[in-house]
Design a protein around this ligand. Structure first.
Ligand code: GLA
Length: 388
């Protein structure tokens, strides 16, 4: 899957004219998380990779007072006046770029008047970080156009802030981080509390990654996501009455007894259990990949999904069908949901020789059981956001 950008410049000139004034091209990938789900906003570990498909932004300064935005993925032009601060437009895709432009403005870096054309091939709302990708491509473009010299870490934080404050999705830092810092053929071992990270080569030998999209319509994902965050905060508060902690990731599996003793609500208890056990699985998975023990990595991915299904309750019938039916097929080393959940995608490690069969059989079973048609992607792992 690769966006066809051969006509992008032609489309740019058709929209904005002035063929003598060359635009500049920027790119930012999507991401898939191998393991470590719903741990980032709990100060825990994640293990994502940037994908080799993403979002392109063609942009140039203009002499007006406006920021004109078009996308080949969404109809219609949106124009905002260059300002000191910006307001969200209800339900508009432009809240992602404008949210980032607003973060630059908050740092005293005013946006120039610009003409922007976006295009990309990350399916929207599929949990592969199409939003973080738009945010980070805007950030690197703004950085370049204004000559601000911000480093990637700063821009990652600004992307997250834009999503939290401007879009209203209370996400952690994983997506913007993976999209910003991605490296070809590597996963990122990130501690979301300290933001220390290391790259880990992803060498799957004769197995490959397959991403499967449930194509379930995005429903209550954002509100359910924010609800999970509050449940984790509640758990921290209850435990802190006995032993002060800043976040759930300060606890390990040896501390699980605290949940039974200090958290009366069984739902909040389960949420905390997921976070603590998921951190353990993520660290073990990072080690397994380092040791080239892909079978163990797959087993931990399976356990991660089970925990997200039973304890964190963010999977749902569609993701569960893909995962539990997928596991019955030959050559499947591990399979789990990836991203926020409630729909979106699964990520699987499958023996290459069984990949076609996996796609065919799982596709058939999924449609028979859910009435939906799944999409399958065979992604490569790519580099992070940059100027082209
Ligand atoms: C979404 C959020 C991330 C992370 C994942 C769950 O992708 O944007 O910050 O919390 O869900 O792991």
């Amino acid at each position: 899957m690769k966006a066809d950008i051969s006509n992008l410049k032609e489309e740019f000139f058709r929209l904005y004219g002035d063929r003598d004034n060359e635009p500049v091209l920027f790119y930012s990938p999507g991401r898939v998380n191998l393991i470590g789900e719903h741990t980032d906003y709990n100060g825990g570990y994640v293990f994502p990779c940037a994908l080799d498909f993403g979002t392109y932004l063609m942009v140039r300064r203009s002499s007006s007072q406006e920021i004109r935005m078009n996308s080949l993925n969404f109809p219609g032009e949106v124009t905002v006046q260059v300002a000191l601060n910006y307001m969200p437009i209800p339900k508009s895709w432009t809240n992602y770029p404008v949210g980032v432009i607003n973060e630059f403005a908050r740092k005293g870096i005013g946006a120039p008047a610009m003409e922007m054309l976006f295009t990309g091939d990350i399916p929207n709302g599929a949990g592969l970080s199409s939003s973080a990708s738009i945010e980070m491509v805007t950030a690197v473009a703004m950085n370049e156009l204004t000559g601000s010299g911000l480093d990637m870490m700063e821009m990652v934080k600004m992307g997250q802030k834009a999503e939290n404050g401007f879009v209203g999705m209370n996400c952690g830092i994983m997506d913007q981080f993976a999209v910003g810092f991605g490296r070809k053929d590597h996963a990122i071992n990130l501690n979301c509390d300290s933001l220390d990270f290391r790259y880990a080569p992803v060498n799957l030998g004769d197995r490959r990654l397959i991403i499967t999209n449930t194509n379930k319509r995005r429903g209550l994902t954002d509100s359910k996501y924010n609800e999970r965050r509050s449940e984790c905060e509640k758990a921290v508060e209850l435990i802190s009455a006995h032993r002060p902690i800043r976040n759930l990731s300060e606890l390990t599996v040896n501390d699980l007894w605290m949940l039974d003793s200090y958290i009366p609500d069984p739902v909040v208890r389960k949420r905390a259990k997921h976070v603590i056990t998921e951190n353990g699985r993520t660290l073990a998975a990072i080690k397994a990949l380092e040791n080239n023990d892909i079978e163990l990595l797959g087993k931990l991915m399976n356990e991660s999904h089970d925990s997200l299904c039973k304890d964190y309750e963010v999977t749902g019938a569609e993701l569960d069908t893909l995962v539990y039916e997928g596991r019955k097929l030959p050559g499947v080393v591990g399979t789990r949901m990836t991203g926020a959940g409630f729909g979106g995608c699964t990520v699987s490690i499958v023996e290459s020789k069984h990949a076609d069969e996996f796609i065919r059989k799982l596709g058939e079973t999924y449609t028979a059981k859910t009435g939906l048609v799944a999409d399958f992607y065979l992604p490569g792992i790519g580099d992070g956001a940059r100027m082209i």
